[in-house]
Design a protein around this ligand. Structure first.
Ligand SMILES: NC(=O)c1ccc[n+]([C@@H]2O[C@H](COP(=O)([O-])OP(=O)(O)OC[C@H]3O[C@@H](n4cnc5c(N)ncnc54)[C@H](O)[C@@H]3O)[C@@H](O)[C@H]2O)c1
Length: 433
């Protein structure tokens, strides 16, 4: 297999996670260029991957004009930049690894897919959960036909409250207006993708959805609460007090302190306290400009009559992604956090079922790496890059590969669910007819 060259566009958290594959597997991949509008992030990644100074750019147009040679570009810019940047790269003939969500707009999604086809360019979408041993193994079981065709799928995602507050109440995905994605698309396009991928012998046809913002609203703020926590008379009684939450607990620090543009270890306590006095990370959780839901359910009907439901809860006491797939002759049920699932197969002799536990902890040592940092998304980040290198080399035949043409249905379901939720109606999925 040929060693490939990648360029990184958007050298933030996700982009560096993907490109770290080149540090772990230097025989397979090298990062030869970086583009980031923020010179601090550009140089942080440039130094980490040993990129020449003349291959570091703050402007995508300059990168394209220089015709930098590489096998693919990792586009890990924020949601609202995906369309513009992906289109420029595709038209210039670059293969892409493109972060999810692809885009929040149907027209843009179809544009990207058509442009990729027209230019003969490969686009791989970062639906990293497909690459985890857990979901990949369930997919292989379903595809084997051993338990028959899918009849019903029940998926749940409970987002732990620390994660929810940090990313969706105070964080950069709190506003659909600002980032272009509502909660379903930003957090659960992975789950709608899983629903469509696990059952891709058929296509989704109808969608309905309910949801709203219930908890992080002004009416739930303690009496007398102020906009910023540092001056709030209630701060000692509030579990979300920004000092406690963002400094003492320091949940997800690479999000909280990103705008300080410094290595995390170099940021002083005084700088953090000052930052929280004027940044949204220092605001009352009941009073931010969050404009997204905090819980939503989605129902999907497929052409062949099978159905699926997804329940998303933001602000749960414990994180949990649960799946229960009921097929014609058996079922699969498990939590990805446990990295094991139960298979039940109908036992015709006993008129009961035989149960087997498939424990992936035995085989999931992330390619023999001891270092847990490669285990992001339960190994999905690492295994996606592994498949990607093989895909762009023309030698990948894994069931997971998230080619753009095979990643559209999950996005259609999200778009339709949002129409359904907002307009209170069942939505027919005839987007691509
Ligand atoms: N696959 C997943 O499971 C998963 C998980 C989390 C986030 N995401 C997605 O990954 C993407 C990136 O998220 P992140 O947390 O890494 O963001 P980030 O803010 O850490 O990184 C984005 C980087 O892009 C740079 N940038 C912005 N506009 C640019 C432009 N025009 N040209 C070049 N660089 C530009 C920013 O300076 C920043 O360094 C988002 O779309 C997010 O929704 C995916």
């Amino acid at each position: 297999m040929k060693k490939l060259k990648a360029a990184l566009l958007g050298a933030g958290n996700r982009g560096q996670i993907y490109c770290d594959y080149a540090l772990r597997c230097p025989d397979e991949l090298e990062v030869v260029a970086v583009v980031d509008i923020n010179p601090f992030k550009m140089d942080e990644a440039g130094d980490k991957y040993g990129i020449e100074k003349e291959m570091r750019f703050t402007d995508l147009d300059a990168f394209i004009a220089q015709k930098v040679a590489c096998d693919f570009v990792v586009n890990a810019t924020m949601d609202e930049m995906h369309y513009e940047t992906a289109m420029k790269l595709i038209e210039a003939g670059y293969n892409l690894i493109l972060e999810k969500p692809i885009t929040g707009k149907l027209e843009e999604l179809l544009d990207i897919e058509k442009a990729a086809k027209r230019n003969g360019v490969k686009v791989l979408v970062c639906h990293v959960l497909r690459y985890t041993p857990f979901y990949r193994s369930i997919k292989e079981l379903i595809d084997s036909g051993h338990i028959g065709k899918v009849m019903n799928m029940q998926l749940n995602e409970h987002v732990w409250y620390g994660h929810f507050v940090n990313s969706y109440v105070r964080g950069k995905w709190r506003s659909e207006k600002m980032c272009g994605s509502g909660l379903l698309l930003a957090k659960c396009c992975h789950d709608t993708d899983l629903i469509c991928w696990l059952n891709n012998v058929s296509a989704p046809t109808k969608v309905s959805s309910f949801g709203s913002k219930s908890f992080f609203t002004e009416k739930n703020a303690p009496e007398g609460a102020t906009q910023y926590c540092y001056e709030c008379p209630q701060r000692n009684n509030c579990m979300f007090d920004a000092y406690k939450f963002q400094i003492e607990k320091d949940f997800i620090p690479f999000y909280t302190w990103a705008d300080l543009n410094k290595p995390l270890d170099d940021i002083t306590l005084e700088e953090k306290i000052e930052f929280l006095k004027h940044d949204v990370y220092g605001q009352c959780v009941y009073k931010t400009d969050m404009d997204i839901v905090d819980r939503q359910c989605v129902s999907v009907e497929f052409e062949n009559g099978s159905i699926a439901t997804l329940n998303m809860v933001g602000g749960a006491s414990k994180a949990g992604r649960h799946i229960h797939v009921i097929c014609e002759y058996g079922e699969v049920v498990g939590y990805i956090e446990e990295n094991k699932y139960v298979v039940r197969v109908f036992d015709q002799d006993e008129i009961g079922c035989k149960e087997e536990v498939v424990d992936l902890n035995q085989v999931n040592s992330i390619d023999g790496e001891e270092d847990n940092s490669v285990a992001g998304h339960y190994g999905g980040d690492h295994f996606m890059m592994k498949d990607a290198v093989r895909y762009f080399n023309g030698v990948c035949n894994s069931v997971s590969v998230t080619k753009i043409e095979d990643s559209l249905n999950g996005h259609y379901v999200c778009y339709a669910a949002e129409i359904s939720r907002k307009e209170k109606k069942v939505v027919d999925l005839n987007f691509n007819q």
